[in-house]
Design a protein around this ligand. Structure first.
Ligand code: GDG
Length: 489
């Protein structure tokens, strides 16, 4: 079956029925900010929000999230709610407010200094801090209280997102046993050896195992999770049924590879607006007609393999100097989590590295790397994909990665080649890419050359195959399959 918006709407009616639908996530789908005294709105950078917004537009319901924008408080009603998308209101966003200590402890602290590095094999050491853990619990409780209040005594389904809210399912069920809850993890679940160092591991597992359904991107993460449960808890782990029964309650464990709205991206990328934006960017960056353009788009995060990518490009120009002046690499990097030391350091290292590599290889008319830091709208991002001949996605570890799927969806003319790290969840689906190991600089550089030199026919054939995969496994299928699984609960 091919999943569409309409198909998803039908599935929602069948699976959720007359229940209230509530999504809970740390990040909000729309942020209101003040710009030159006027209220404007922005869509935050990040995979989870990009994937869930189209679903909420179909499902309606309420999205509960932390309100972090400078104008967020000024646009909500007395219940802290505002209808979104702001330019075409379709569902309710209910904002939760955090003070500085809560934001530091729960978000920058426990979520991103402990869990994020714990779950990603990026060799960044997690830091577990008791006070930050306490704030993590406080904020999870805040989400729980808000949601319980919205639900009252109605029937509801709460769909919890990601690693910031590990305890929410338990907190909800303790007060309201009739609630149906599911949790989706957008990042990898580590192997049990890695997870066992976490001092709060038991509470985390107990928190997750009160949900009725627990989703990961790929089977490997499901089995890592079940192995962690075996190691840490007295629970019944059923590998046939892929479920865990703990304290008399069964949680189904399933893989749902997340994706993008293929049709929408494909259509938008072909629009006159995006074509115009692409031409404007070409002018702005003085891109030569014959230049081969490779793009990258990542949050500046140590898991995304940005340093490794720049080093591979450096090696590429060292090894194949004949490409100087003929290949341009454009990397757009969105600043992220800058209050954390590791992110600040990474940003600085990247700045220096780009400067060094540009200095080393540039001539009077050309330099190899254009590092873009300015904010780009969705339209400009699509324009960037459109003008690119290739895209490099090279995380050292990534739950799924949506950039590669967006690039594929934007390539209507089949004119583009994708280089993809084997350590992304997406690599399991996208067989027709040129695979790279970000840790292997030499072969990464060779892969860049091979990708550039693939024949036009080969590039088009590969892109066609990739497009078929992403078209079939689109975001509506992800949501539809997830919701269908609820029927088994
Ligand atoms: C987590 C998991 C999983 C990126 N930089 C800019 C920008 N983006 C947009 C992209 C894309 C999204 O953000 C990034 O999505 P990813 O999936 O690549 O990465 P994470 O944010 O780490 O997401 C990941 C995802 O959740 C979903 O489950 O795939 O594995 O880590 O949509 O286009 N957008 C703009 N400027 C940027 O600089 N405007």
């Amino acid at each position: 079956m091919y999943w569409t918006k309409e198909q998803l709407s039908k599935t929602i009616k069948k699976t959720i029925g007359n229940r209230l639908l509530i999504i809970a996530s740390n990040r909000e789908p729309y942020i209101h900010i003040y710009k030159e005294g006027k209220v404007e709105f922005m869509r935050p950078v990040g995979g989870a929000v990009t994937a869930l917004d189209p679903i909420m537009r179909v499902c309606k319901g309420t999205w509960v999230a932390y309100g972090g924008g400078s104008a967020d408080r000024d646009v909500v009603n007395k219940n802290n709610e505002v209808m979104v998308p702001p330019d075409n209101p379709q569902y309710t966003l209910k904002r939760i407010w955090l003070n500085k200590d809560e934001e530091n402890g729960y978000y920058y602290g426990y979520s991103n200094k402990a869990i994020w590095p714990l779950c990603h094999m990026a060799y960044t050491r997690p830091v577990f801090d008791e006070v930050e853990w306490a704030y993590y619990k406080i904020v999870n409780q805040k989400f729980a209280d808000t949601i319980l209040d919205i639900v009252g005594n109605k029937k509801a389904f709460v769909w919890i997102q990601d690693y910031h809210l590990f305890l929410l399912g338990k907190m909800l069920k303790e007060k309201n046993k009739k609630l149906l809850t599911a949790h989706f993890m957008h990042i990898p679940w580590p192997n049990p050896e890695a997870f066992r160092i976490c001092p709060q591991k038991v509470e985390i597992l107990q928190g997750l195992l009160t949900n009725d359904l627990l989703g990961f991107h790929i089977r490997y993460h499901c089995s890592n999770f079940m192995e962690s449960v075996k190691l840490e808890l007295e629970a019944r782990v059923d590998t046939e049924k892929t479920s865990v029964t703990y304290g008399g309650h069964e949680t189904l464990i399933r893989a749902f590879p997340i994706s993008v709205d293929f049709e929408e991206i494909s259509r938008e990328a072909d629009s006159e607006d995006v074509k115009k934006a692409a031409n404007k960017l070409k002018e702005e960056f003085s891109i030569d007609q014959n230049e081969f353009v490779i793009v990258g788009l990542d949050r500046i995060d140590y898991t995304k393999g940005l340093i490794e990518k720049i080093q591979a490009i450096d090696r590429f120009f060292e090894k194949y100097p004949e490409y100087k002046g003929k290949v341009l690499f454009i990397q757009k990097g969105g600043l992220s989590r800058m209050h954390i030391g590791a992110y600040k350091d990474l940003n600085e290292t990247l700045n220096n590295l780009v400067e060094e590599v540009n200095w080393k290889h540039s001539n009077e008319k050309w330099f190899p790397i254009l590092f873009l830091r300015r904010h780009m709208t969705r339209k400009e991002i699509l324009a960037l994909y459109r003008l690119a001949d290739a895209c490099i996605v090279s995380p050292v570890h990534d739950g799924m990665n949506l950039v590669c799927k967006e690039f594929i969806a934007a390539k209507n003319d089949l004119n583009g080649v994708l280089l993809l790290s084997a350590y992304t969840g997406a690599s399991r689906e996208l067989a027709d890419t040129v695979f790279v190991n970000p840790y292997d600089r030499e072969n990464f550089a060779i892969a860049i050359k091979q990708a550039i030199e693939l024949s036009k026919e080969e590039k088009m054939k590969r892109m066609e195959n990739l497009r078929n995969v992403v078209k079939e496994n689109n975001i509506y299928k992800w949501a539809g399959k997830f919701l269908e699984e609820l029927k088994k609960v």
